[in-house]
Ligand binder design. Structure first.
Ligand code: PLP
Length: 455
């Protein structure tokens, strides 16, 4: 484990007592502490800093806006950055999703989707629809509404009595299926999709409002890519029962997976509503968005308005940042870069599997990549929990100045995966550096726990 950081006592608190070095500055894929140490940001923070740190064009756009106005409340003024960002965002959305609602983060974006879906149902005379089905595992945010659709026991359990937990179906973790050697991936994928139909029937089809899904998994499943045919069948099932399909693109949006949206990988399964945040303003400002079509928004506005909103919605400085970020994604072709560099990094991670048999899976799309640890690839069983691999390996990497992001894979309780998601500007040399530091961390972890390793 890394040495405890000697820092003066703090009035701040977050999840634990863990202390970290004081951040000085960021540049490209690196973050520097006040001692001058450079850390390679191998997870873009929490899959946020897609365009890298301290991008001069974004900073300049923000500076220009700050000098004019930092805040104008949406009930009193429209502002140009918000208007322009809404238009630019709408252009990048699939199908008819051309109405944009701004928020300050991912949980707020998800809450907004749930509330729009519900108010739409009321507006069109279907007030009996209120259940939102989601998957287990999944992560949709930490406010109580977003938690109600989150499938991660470690995060939801304490709050169960305080919220209305929503029905869950299993996420398509095909790589763990007991019949994975006998049954095709496609067949198993469709089996997972059929679980939605069964759940809708169980709940009573006329009570089900929506199904929310991360098109490619994020923190909870570790970059789980859906099997072929899965999302298409999900779309068909939603249509069959008049259930709205919500894509949580908080992590997958803004180029991370090698397309602008996760949805763009499956145009045949376009959603009705999209939640975005993280890479959308890439850490330059707290910003998120919901995209929805006129056919859902107008009935709600006609019936007296959308009963929902946040003070900072459409903040001019945040929107100026978001607009400049979209500009940089285009100018630098970061969507293409995610696809190309993602293929390189994924191949390098797969090569590590040969040396470290306790890497039981490498998965993901574009630069949303993860590897999972376990006993061996035959059993796919997790490592003993006491090994605490999901903390230890991150600390070994941190000691080597590589930042990784880990979570427990199986419902937040067992197993461990590590997201390797550098900014989309990552170069081949920086991928070499990631792999070299990661190998050092894996060696130290293997030595400590006497885990097998190929020569
Ligand atoms: N949805 C997904 C898919 C996420 O990955 C996250 C954050 O990790 C959220 C929602 C919540 O976003 P935030 O932490 O900005 O509220």
């Amino acid at each position: 484990m890394s040495e405890p950081v000697a820092r003066p006592p703090s009035h701040l608190f977050y999840q634990s007592r863990q202390r970290r070095p004081l951040l000085d500055r960021g540049e490209g894929v690196y973050l520097y502490d006040v001692e001058g140490n450079a850390y390679l940001d191998g997870s873009s923070g929490a899959m946020v800093s897609n365009i890298g740190h301290s991008n001069p064009r974004v900073i300049e756009a923000m500076r220009r806006q700050i000098e004019k106005a930092t805040f104008g409340y949406r009930l009193h003024f429209e502002n140009e950055p918000a208007e322009m960002l809404a238009a630019e965002t709408a252009k990048r959305m699939p199908g008819d999703l051309d109405r944009i609602f701004f928020v300050s983060g991912g949980s707020e974006a998800v809450e907004s989707c749930l509330k729009l879906a519900r108010q739409y149902a009321i507006a069109v005379g279907q007030a009996q629809r209120w259940k939102v089905i989601s998957r287990f595992p999944s992560y949709h945010g930490s406010t109580l509404g977003a938690l109600s659709v989150t499938g991660m026991a470690s995060m939801t359990a304490p709050f169960a009595p305080m919220m209305r937990e929503m029905p869950k179906i299993p996420a398509p973790t095909c790589y763990l299926d007991p019949d994975r050697d006998e049954t095709s991936l496609e067949e198993r994928g469709l089996r997972y999709a059929e679980a939605l139909r069964e759940q809708i029937r169980r709940e009573g089809a006329d009570t089900v409002l929506a199904f929310i899904v991360e098109p490619i998994g994020g923190a909870s499943t570790g970059a789980l890519v859906p099997p072929p045919g899965y999302l298409k069948r999900i779309r068909e099932i939603c249509d069959e029962f008049g259930v709205l399909l919500i894509y949580d693109e908080v992590m997958t949006g803004a180029g991370r997976t090698g397309k602008f949206l996760g949805a763009d990988h499956w145009p045949e399964a376009a959603p009705d509503i999209i939640a975005m945040s993280k890479g959308f303003a890439a850490g330059y400002a707290p910003l998120g968005a919901m995209a929805a079509p006129k056919r859902l928004v107008e009935p709600v506005l006609d019936k007296g308005g959308f009963i929902h909103g946040y003070t900072y919605a459409g903040n001019p400085m945040a929107c100026a940042a978001g607009l400049a970020v979209l500009g940089e994604i285009d100018r630098l072709d970061l969507v293409g870069a995610a696809e190309r560099q993602g293929a390189t990094l994924k191949a390098r991670l797969q090569a590590l599997q040969q040396r470290y048999p306790f890497i039981i899976d490498v998965r993901g799309e574009g630069l949303l990549l993860a590897f999972e640890l376990g006993r061996d690839r035959e059993s796919m069983a997790p490592l003993p929990k006491e090994m605490n691999g999901f903390v230890e390996l991150v600390e070994e990497a941190y000691k080597r100045k590589l930042i990784l992001y880990s979570r427990r894979t199986r419902g937040g309780v067992d197993g461990e995966h590590f997201l390797v998601c550098p900014p989309l500007i990552v170069t081949d040399e920086q991928i070499d550096e990631i792999i070299e530091k990661l190998s050092g961390a894996l060696d130290a972890f293997a030595d400590r726990h006497d885990l097998p390793r190929a020569a």
